[in-house]
Design a protein around this ligand. Structure first.
Ligand code: AHM
Ligand code: MG
Length: 331
């Protein structure tokens, strides 16, 4: 039987890529893996455990929280707090970042930003959702509590980023800046196994993902681009195919495997787009670039944008490099 590499083995094996590392990043990735397993298990039995539906509260962005949003947030916060690898955490579900300031955490080098359950409006319909994470080295002094500056770093400073996709299988995809690898969870064994080594974004594809219901609100360039993808051109395989789930993780994952472009532009109802720079845009941009794809707000590389606030939104165009460059020509 072919021997499959577990995520744990892979993390340890690749630790040597970080000459300064003392294993904290590996331990942190292992904590994320553990939290992901717990969330996966909860999601799988959600219909039985009466944890579907709304929590009856809104998050800081004024969006109503699903019970599973709250559950996933608590699992990640508790799991990462219980271990000593980070000094602070920011989440889509929390207005302010959390400072873990007992002695062991204060000495930690890293901070984490997460969207604990992305696409959660889909969950009650049993459609794919995900968890997105982004990891930075702190800029504040080790030994002191984490500060806002630790979280407001441009995406180029990310040490690692990734997502869990809870789909037909559960897959953890991550990068530490040396390519992108995906690991499928085997629920019988309880481990993630390397199933998608060295993922490469096809340079172009025939799929576009956008919430076209917002068409009237889009800038002219985006409207023209949409008309262009729908135009007949046999040589270029147009019209392209439209695929949009309402879960960024799912749309991104499909496009990365098969080639495609995802767009969430600004519009009159969402002047800066909907997606959040720090825990949606940047981690996905890091993965996209590491796989040979591209991510832009239309004019700037996503990862070079200087963040100003924790829950900042950003127009987001991401996918196969040639497709993103074509879209930029229209803007
Ligand atoms: P969420 O983090 O609150 O789930 O919102 C982000 C999600 C993305 O996963 C998805 O791409 C987008 O919102 C869909 O938005 P819309 O319903 O406006 O098309
Ligand atoms: Mg989200």
């Amino acid at each position: 039987m072919e021997r499959h590499i577990t995520l744990g083995e892979f993390i340890i094996e690749n630790q040597k890529d970080f000459p300064y590392a003392k294993g904290e990043l590996s331990a942190l990735l292992s904590s994320i893996r553990l939290a992901g397993k717990v969330v996966n298990q909860q999601i799988n039995k959600a219909g039985l455990a009466e944890i579907l539906g709304k929590a009856g509260k809104e998050n800081v962005q004024g969006e109503s929280q699903a019970k599973l949003d709250v559950m996933a947030n608590d699992v990640f916060v508790d799991t990462l707090r219980n271990r000593g690898e980070i000094c602070g955490l920011a989440s889509e579900e929390l207005e302010d970042f959390l400072v873990f300031d007992d002695e062991i955490h204060k000495k930690a080098k890293y901070v984490v930003l997460i969207d604990p359950l992305d696409g959660s409006s889909n969950i009650d319909a049993n459609i794919t959702v995900g968890t997105i994470f982004s990891i930075y080295r702190r800029v504040s002094k080790e030994g002191s509590p984490a500060t806002l500056e630790d979280f407001l770093q441009p995406g180029t400073k990310q040490v690692a980023a990734g997502y869990l996709i809870y789909g037909t299988s559960t897959i953890l995809v991550y990068t530490t800046g040396k390519g992108v690898n995906g690991f499928t969870f085997d629920p019988g064994i309880g481990s993630f196994f390397l199933s998608h080594p060295a993922i490469i974004f096809p340079p172009k594809g025939i799929t576009y993902s956008i919430n076209e219901g917002n068409y009237v609100h889009f800038p002219d360039g985006i409207k023209k681009y949409i008309k262009w993808v729908q135009q007949f051109d046999e040589k270029e395989n147009r019209p392209f195919t439209s695929r949009y789930t309402g879960s960024l993780v799912a749309d991104f994952h499909r496009n990365m495997l098969f080639g495609g472009i995802f767009l969430y532009p600004e519009g009159t109802t969402a002047p800066k787009g909907k997606l959040r720079l720090l825990y949606e845009g940047n981690p996905m941009a890091f993965l996209a670039e590491q796989a040979g794809g591209k991510a832009t707000d239309g004019f700037n590389r996503i990862m070079e944008i200087e963040p100003e606030e924790l829950h900042q939104r950003v127009p987001f165009i991401c996918g196969s490099k040639e497709m993103v460059e074509k879209a930029e020509e229209f803007l």
